[in-house]
Design a protein around this ligand. Sequence first.
Ligand code: B12
Length: 303
Amino acid sequence: MSVKELVTPAQVARAIGVSESSVKRWCDSGRIAAIRTAGKHRRMPIHSVLKFLRESGHQLVDPETLGLPATSGQGQFVIDRARDMLREALLAGDESVAQQVVVDLYLAQIPVYRICDEVVTNVFADIGEMWACEEAAVYQERRGCEIALRVLLELRSLVTTSHPDGPVAIGGTIAGDNYTLPTAIVELVLREARWRATSLGCSLPFETLERAVSDTQPALFWLSVSHIEDEARFVEEFRRFRVEAESHGTDVVLGGRALDARLLDAVGRPTYFETFADLSAHARAKAEKASTGSDHAGESNQA
Ligand code: B12
């Protein structure tokens, strides 16, 4: 199943259970952002329809018309139930249920940072524990990561509206750190906070991260640190990287399970967030500041 990118008024009308003329009216009044085809027909990006649903409180009665899972929009999953369902779906390798659980939460208006902090992160902590107790096999953990990554990508297609004026952020993980989920989540959380965020991926030497900062001049650079191979080297290289990044006006932020107070002290107490909720709050405030013109990097990133 894949979410359709552009949908017609007839499809939206069927999905919500209203008349086509109502949908056309919402398009024309700007309540649902729409574009016109060469033949002057209205087409709506799926994310603008979902934004409308979240704001208006309309329910999806036939979500499959929009390529969404059949139970989307019913919104009855509370966080704990979602955590249990997602864990079981990932262990069973059931991608469509995993996707359904996450999209359901999103449609129930739970912010992406909460879905990631309270469901995705906790589910992987559960799976890690099950693996340690030999209740889950290595292949189930790996397959779970692959599925979760695809689910995050699907969520990204729902979250992402284009924010041509949003400030730019890039980031990733350091050489030897192969954790794909946290950096993909940071990208998503920043996009939800109206940033033009791009994850560079995993296992990147500082040298190439410096090059990326110099080429892109982002307002924000994130490092997700889940595994450090050589602490002394990390401290030395990070300190150098941070000075270099800040010389381009780039704000460097850190997160990840491999960092603790001792290491953060050793690298000069940079901005560190324990949760995606904290990062999101910081990013929203910074984007706001950039859009009012008081932030140098935000201005230079206007498209
Ligand atoms: C999946 C997994 C792997 C997979 C990852 C695959 C992939 N595609 O990503 C692979 C196979 C690579 C792996 C390997 C290893 N793993 Co592993 N792994 C896990 C597991 C099960 C889940 C990790 C995960 O992705 N969680 C989902 C993310 C979203 O959650 P999180 O990592 O907790 O992130 C949170 C924060 O760190 C933070 N965050 C992270 N980055 C950022 C960035 C910013 C900017 C912000 C704001 C926040 C933030 O946000 C999250 C919410 O708080 C954990 C178990 C667990 N308890 O987490 C073990 C775990 C982390 N692994 C562990 C170990 C030991 C290893 C290995 C060293 C094993 C080995 N001997 O080879 C290697 C090292 C790999 C390497 N070189 O990178 C241990 C670590 C123990 C420790 N004390 O550090 C754990 C805890 C398992 C255990 N109980 O023993 N692992």
